[in-house]
Every structure is written in C-alpha cells, then in structure tokens.
Design a protein around this ligand. Structure first.
Ligand code: HEC
Ligand code: HEC
Ligand code: HEC
Ligand code: HEC
Ligand code: HEC
Length: 491
C-alpha cells in the first residue's frame, strides 16, 4: 500500500482521505481470490487436491497402498478437481471485477484496463509469483498425467478397477500364456489414433458401468478389436512358424476313469516354408500375399456363408454354401465381410476358458482327483454342472454336494473313511468353478468357446465352419475336411 500512498502524495500533494485507499484492479482480483466465497472454493479445491495427489503419488510409488480405486482417485479424479479449482480462481476474479466496475469508486477508473506494467515493482513481484506457481502446477500435472497414463494402460486398471465386470477376463488372463502381456497390447496396440479411440470408448464404458448399462456376459468385441495383424504380429511373426507341433489329448470316461485314452496328433502349424518360401499349413490363411475373406451369417460368426480367397496374382475364388443349409441364430442379418486374421482362430489367446469335462479329466490325469474313488468322475461332472446362484453359494455347497453324492453311492461308512480324498477332489473342482463361472455376469461353462480346433463344431465353433466339404466354388471345389489336411499321426 505504501506505493499508492506515495503516488497520491506526488500527484495531488493532498493528504489522502482517512479511509482505505481504493484498490487497483489487480489488487481487487487478488482480493477476490481470498475473500469471496467462490475464490476461496477455487483456492481450497486446488490446494487440497494437490496435497492429496502428492500423498497418493508417494504412497503408490512406495508401494504402500495397492488398491486400484486409490490409484484412480490420485491419478484421475483429484487432477480433475485441481484443474477445476485452477479454473474457478480466475472466474471468481472476473466476476468480482465486474462488481468493482459497477462500483462508484471503480467508475472513475473504468478507463484503466487490466494491464501488466513491468515497471511497477508490485506487478513484477506478482508476475514472478504467478509464473513460479504455474511452473509448479504444470510440473505436478505432468507427473500425475504420466503416472495416470501408465496406470490406465495397466492390466491392473483394466482388470481390477471394474472389478465385477472384468473379473472373468482378468482371472482367465492371469492363467494364460499372455499373463505378462498388457491388456492394451491386444486391445489397443501401438499408435496415437487407436490410443485416443480407446480412451474415448473407455470413458463410454466407465459410464456404462456406473449406470449399470452393459450386457452380461460381455460380448466378444471382434468387430471393435484392432486388426490382429497390428497387435499380435508385434510379437509373433507368421514367417517364423513352421513345421509340426505334436499335441497329446487325454480323456477319460465314466466307465473307465482309471486309464486315459490317449490321442496324439501332429498339427501342421505351417507358416513360411524355409526351403520353398511358400506359405503352407495352418498359417497359410495369414500369409502376406494371400487374402482370405468371409461373409458371416450371424454376429457371432458361428455360421459362415461365402469364403473368398484372393491369390497373389489377383485371382479370386469364392466358396459358397446355400445359407438355408447353415443353422445359427440371427441368420439373414446384414453383415460385413471380414478379412481373416489371427483372432478368427485364436479367439481366446488369453481369456482361456476350460471345458467342464476337460477340467475333470485333467484332475484325474494329474491325480488331483483320486481315480480310485468309484464314480468320482460322474459325480464331479454333476457338481460342476449344477447351477449355483452365486460364487459364494458354490463355495459353500460344491464340496458338500460332492461328499453327499459319494455317500449316496457308497454309504456313509465308506465316505467317512475317504472323506479327505473326496474333499481334496472337491477343492480341485471348486478351483475350476471359480476360474470359469460367474453367475452375476451370466458366464457359465461354455459361454465363451474356442475356434481353434473342432471340439465345439456342433455349435458352429472352429475350423469346420469353413472346412466342412460343403462350401463350394462354381466348379465344385470344396474347402476340405480331410483329416490329414491339418494334422496327422506323429512319426
Ligand atoms: C493376447 C491378447 C489379449 C490380451 C493380452 C487381452 N485380451 Fe481381452 N480379448 C482378446 C481377444 C482376441 C478377444 C476376443 C475374444 C473372442 O472373440 O472370443 C478379447 C475379448 C475381451 C473381452 C470381451 C469378453 C470376452 O471374454 O470375450 C473383454 C472384456 C476383455 N477382452 C478384457 C481384457 C482385459 C481386462 C485384459 C487384461 C487383463 C485383456 N482383455 C487382455 C485379446 C486379448
Ligand atoms: C506383447 C507381446 C505379445 C502380443 C501382443 C501377443 N502375444 Fe502371444 N505370446 C506372447 C508371449 C510372451 C507368449 C508366451 C510364449 C511362451 O510361453 O512360450 C505368447 C504365446 C502365444 C501363443 C502360444 C500359446 C501356447 O499355448 O503355447 C499363441 C497361440 C499366441 N501367443 C497368440 C497370440 C495372438 C493371437 C495374439 C494377438 C491377439 C498375441 N499372441 C499377442 C507375446 C505376445
Ligand atoms: C486358420 C486358423 C489360424 C490362424 C488364422 C492363425 N493361427 Fe496360429 N495356430 C493355429 C493352430 C490350430 C495352432 C496350433 C494350436 C495348438 O497348438 O493347440 C496355432 C499355433 C500358433 C502359435 C504357436 C506356435 C507353435 O509353434 O506352437 C502361435 C504363436 C500362433 N499360432 C500365432 C498366430 C498369429 C500371430 C496369427 C496371426 C498372424 C495366427 N496364429 C493365425 C491356427 C491359426
Ligand atoms: C473362414 C473360413 C476358414 C476357416 C474358419 C478355416 N479355414 Fe482353413 N482354409 C480355408 C480356405 C478357403 C482354404 C483354401 C482351400 C483351397 O484352396 O483348397 C483353407 C486351407 C487350409 C489348409 C491348407 C493350406 C495349404 O497348405 O494350402 C489348412 C491346413 C487349413 N486350412 C487349416 C485350418 C485350420 C486348422 C482351421 C481352424 C483352426 C481353419 N483352417 C479354419 C478357409 C478357412
Ligand atoms: C481344418 C483343419 C482340421 C481338419 C480338417 C480336421 N481337424 Fe482335427 N483338429 C484340428 C485342430 C486345429 C485340432 C487341435 C485343437 C486344439 O489344439 O485344441 C484338432 C484336434 C483333433 C483331435 C483331438 C482333440 C479332440 O477333439 O479330441 C482329434 C481326435 C481330431 N482332431 C480328429 C480329427 C478327425 C477324425 C478329422 C477328420 C474327420 C479331423 N480331425 C479333421 C484341425 C482339423
């Protein structure tokens, strides 16, 4: 205030009035920041957000708190409040200066615009203060933005934040060969435009979860997934696969749960043949010079109408089937052509669900389920197949039900004697249930199926959607189902 007193003395030589001297426009703005309710709200919101964000950042970096909601608060919600506070402050000043102009005191000074006068020491002081605060604010937002970016790209964010909704995918993912691959690597892939697209659709999904407006089970998003060639091929090159891969399948039956029947096949993985340079075998479909497109007859793509193959020299061949011969829901919808890529076969590369019977058979094979308990396979299948209202109910009842079924079969004495073995089997079965079934999301055994082989061919899954000897060209050439096209007996 000493400055303005001096000025008054110089200009008028008159003793200033005893009241407080009129505030200049700048002073008035600063005053508004501290003394008006709106200004105070702005300052308080900014300061509190910054302090909490810093605490959150520190706790997260030190690994002291491991909670996705906490991270979401620090990296997404608080920065929003901080920015809101920073916007409220100038707004409060603006509103207040409007009053000031209307004020009689101000009226004399209306010709004074809000200008920065660097020759004025106070202006310089405020400028420096303002710049310093801005640098600090920008630094804070940059650090938080960077951490927030990594946070929203982490499987932890995708899988845990929308706890109930993403739990099935997250659980399967953690058990898969891709457990170390981040969700975004397949669901978004590299590049800015997909990043932006994903964040926008992410916002929509958050809104959908908050308003409980989403489908259960979540449909598989093939049409929204980025073409697999841009994602999978970051890590896997079809040029690199070749040769055969022997795979062994073990299965039991209720009549014979002691000895597995064994089926060995050598899959013609194919890819680029190093001697001829041609693509062959199973990965022929994704070679760089051949294009395989198809027109599905339903949204799930479990029924396929026409298949078009374009050779490197531009020659095309179309294999069609009379759509009346194809069963499947939603047939007759307008659907788009799709170029075949990795996901048309590897549709569950990471969200790997088990088949119910295979889980039981795996238990027998690995001795997690004792083969010497008569009827345990049949009873195991029965308890897994049962409808439980919730996962908690399954936890309570599944093992108990298994013990009861065994007691019905063998009597109480036998069951008491073998209770430990039966309970151990039950625990293994329950683990399978917990990995695969989510009643709240309407996900049961078999809700999501694989296209990789032909185990679920009856329901329209797998290779035999096309390889069924029924899709024909005009000349009568078919997409073959010969058993030794895709695999043969290992040597
Ligand atoms: C290796 C690639 C890959 C990774 C990693 C991956 N996904 Fe997926 N995801 C897919 C593919 C492919 C589909 C389409 C499945 C289909 O068509 O059957 C899919 C489908 C989904 C679906 C739709 C529902 C369903 O089960 O089909 C959700 C939800 C999902 N993913 C969430 C996630 C989350 C959360 C993560 C990380 C924890 C993740 N994904 C990691 C490839 C991936
Ligand atoms: C960020 C790298 C990365 C991406 C992207 C990726 N994968 Fe993988 N993939 C891996 C790794 C690592 C493994 C594990 C290899 C191992 O365990 O030997 C793997 C394993 C596999 C396997 C073999 C699984 C098995 O049972 O042996 C298949 C099939 C596969 N990936 C398909 C895909 C498909 C399809 C996509 C795209 C949807 C994809 N991958 C995307 C890194 C990736
Ligand atoms: C026509 C269906 C089909 C397409 C398209 C396809 N694959 Fe495969 N792929 C298979 C089958 C079948 C196997 C063997 C599966 C098994 O071992 O159970 C396989 C195996 C693999 C393996 C394991 C290889 C090994 O030697 O064990 C990888 C990795 C893989 N595929 C990645 C890809 C990628 C990446 C793409 C897309 C560029 C792709 N696949 C496209 C059917 C396909
Ligand atoms: C969308 C339709 C479609 C699906 C699904 C499909 N294929 Fe094919 N496949 C074709 C067509 C078309 C050809 C070429 C037929 C011809 O020209 O003789 C072919 C050819 C092949 C060949 C011979 C390639 C060569 O060496 O020339 C193999 C092996 C094969 N497919 C395996 C598979 C396997 C395994 C699956 C499932 C994992 C599968 N296909 C799924 C359409 C499909
Ligand atoms: C278009 C390719 C293709 C054709 C044609 C084909 N298969 Fe397969 N088959 C596969 C693939 C891929 C797998 C591996 C599935 C997996 O890895 O889970 C498989 C797995 C199997 C298995 C072991 C899994 C199971 O279901 O028990 C048997 C048995 C089998 N095939 C038998 C046959 C017979 C018999 C024929 C002839 C009628 C045939 N396949 C034709 C692709 C084919």
């Amino acid at each position: 205030m000493s400055n303005s007193t001096e000025e008054n003395n110089q200009t008028g030589g008159v003793v200033p009035p005893p009241q407080v001297p009129p505030r200049g426009l700048w002073e008035n703005c600063l005053w508004a920041m501290w003394r008006t309710p709106l200004g105070l709200i702005g300052v308080a919101t900014t300061t509190i957000s910054i302090v909490l964000m810093m605490i959150g950042l520190a706790l997260d970096m030190l690994g002291l708190v491991d909670n996705p909601y906490f991270a979401a608060l620090s990296y997404m919600i608080l920065p929003g409040f901080m920015i809101m506070g920073l916007l409220i402050i100038p707004f409060a000043c603006y509103v207040h200066s409007r009053h000031w102009f209307k004020d009689s005191l101000g009226a004399e000074l209306t010709d004074k615009a809000l200008c920065i006068d660097l020759s004025n020491a106070r202006h310089r002081k405020y400028m420096v203060g303002f710049l310093a605060l801005s640098v600090i604010n920008i630094a804070i937002l940059t650090i938080i933005g960077y951490e927030g970016y990594h946070f929203t790209d982490s499987p932890y964010f995708c899988g845990k934040l929308c706890h109930q909704v993403m739990a099935p995918e997250y659980t399967a993912y953690l058990r898969s060969p891709h457990a170390k691959v981040r969700c975004v690597e397949c669901h978004i892939g590299p590049g800015v435009s997909w990043f932006v697209k994903a964040k926008i659709s992410g916002l929509r999904q958050v809104a959908a979860v908050m308003t409980d407006d989403f489908s259960r089970p979540i449909p598989s998003p093939v049409e929204h997934l980025r073409p697999a060639r841009d994602t999978c091929e970051q890590c896997h090159w079809p040029e690199k696969f070749h040769g055969k891969r022997v795979k062994t399948f073990y299965s039991f039956s209720n009549r014979n749960q002691e000895e597995p029947s064994v089926q060995e096949i050598a899959l013609h993985i194919g890819g680029r043949n190093p001697t001829t340079d041609d693509f062959e075998g199973i990965h022929w479909h994704v070679s760089n010079n051949v294009k395989v497109e198809y027109l599905p007859l339903n949204k799930k793509r479990t029924a396929i109408g026409t298949v078009k193959v374009t050779q490197p020299d531009g020659l095309t061949e179309e294999f069609t089937i009379d759509s009346a011969d194809v069963e499947g829901e939603g047939a007759g919808e307008e659907l788009e052509w799709r170029t075949m890529d990795c996901i048309d076969c590897h549709n569950r590369p990471t969200h790997v669900n088990d088949r119910l019977v295979e889980w039981v058979d795996f238990g027998l094979l690995s001795n997690k389920i004792d083969r010497s308990l008569p009827g345990i396979r049949e009873d195991g299948i029965a308890v897994l197949d049962k409808d439980y209202l919730s996962r908690d109910e399954a936890k309570e009842q599944l093992i108990k039900t298994l013990v009861e079924l065994q007691a019905e079969r063998h009597g109480a004495a036998y069951t008491r004697e073998n209770e430990q073995k039966i309970v151990a089997a039950g625990q293994f079965l329950l683990e399978g249930y917990m990995n695969n079934v989510w009643p709240a999301m309407k996900i049961d055994w078999g809700t999501y199926k694989q296209h990789l082989g032909h185990q679920d061919a009856d329901e329209g899954y797998g290779c035999w959607r096309c390889h069924n000897d029924e899709h024909q060209t005009k000349t009568g050439k078919v997409i073959p189902q010969d058993c030794d096209l895709c695999h043969d007996e290992p040597e």
